[in-house]
Design a protein around this ligand. Structure first.
Ligand code: FNR
Length: 200
């Protein structure tokens, strides 16, 4: 049997009762049998400073190692002011840099995204901004399905359980899609984004 696909989940909200945290929980519930989902929270990641690139904060180093080790990344994030929350953008900025370890961890990395908002657009604008960022990083964002959970207050109960079956199904399909992209960890210029055994 093939080894399970390892997906690193990055949560873009620090809020304890976050709808996105609840959506990530739902992702664990519908995870395909041949996948592993490992959560990464952005707590403790300080503001990006280019002066510190040679000596990045430990949590940033952990993030880079985790992205590199994963077969794919799942971003679960709210939208703030029609865009990517600062904590998430900051983490992407840190992890986008080669740093002392000379690693471009996003290159060729399959990325899926989903998000929940209390508004009507379900984080669509933040997700399109994320897609734009991933063009520059030469990552491989999955096109479909788009999982944009609008009116989140009506889709989760008071305990954070996802009660909307259509949304649950969309999350399941998104995770399956990441699995289908398995191995699509294309060697790029730097040859650093995929461990050698996972290159095509
Ligand atoms: C928001 N919210 C929000 N919602 C949205 O649909 N579009 C937006 O641009 C914004 N902007 C925004 C900015 C800031 C600073 C905050 C705090 C909130 C509302 C947002 O959808 C809501 O707070 C979610 O509950 C945030 O996600 P979590 O923390 O529940 O996962």
């Amino acid at each position: 049997m093939a080894a399970p696909i390892e997906i690193l989940a990055i949560l873009g909200s620090l809020r304890k009762k976050s709808y996105n945290r609840a959506a990530l929980r739902a992702a664990h519930e519908v995870l395909p049998a041949d996948a592993l989902l490992v959560d990464f929270t952005l707590e403790g990641i300080t503001g990006y400073n280019q002066d510190d690139e040679g000596n990045v904060p430990p949590r940033v180093a952990e993030l880079k190692v985790a992205i590199r080790a994963a077969d794919a990344v799942l971003i679960v994030s709210p939208e703030y002011n029609y865009s990517i929350p600062g904590v998430l953008k900051n983490a992407i900025d840190w992890s986008s840099r080669r740093g002392a370890d000379n690693l471009l961890v996003w290159e060729g990395k399959p990325v899926a995204m989903m998000g929940a908002s209390v508004g009507a657009q379900g984080t669509s604008r933040a997700q399109y901004h994320l897609r734009q960022v991933f063009v520059f990083l030469d990552a491989l964002p999955l096109n479909r399905p788009e999982v944009m959970i609008s009116a989140a207050a009506q889709k989760f109960d008071a305990e954070g359980n996802l009660t909307d079956e259509k949304t649950r199904e969309a999350i399941r399909k998104l995770l399956e899609g990441l699995g289908r992209g398995r191995g699509d960890c294309r060697p790029r210029k730097s040859q650093t984004s995929c461990p050698p055994e996972r290159r095509k």
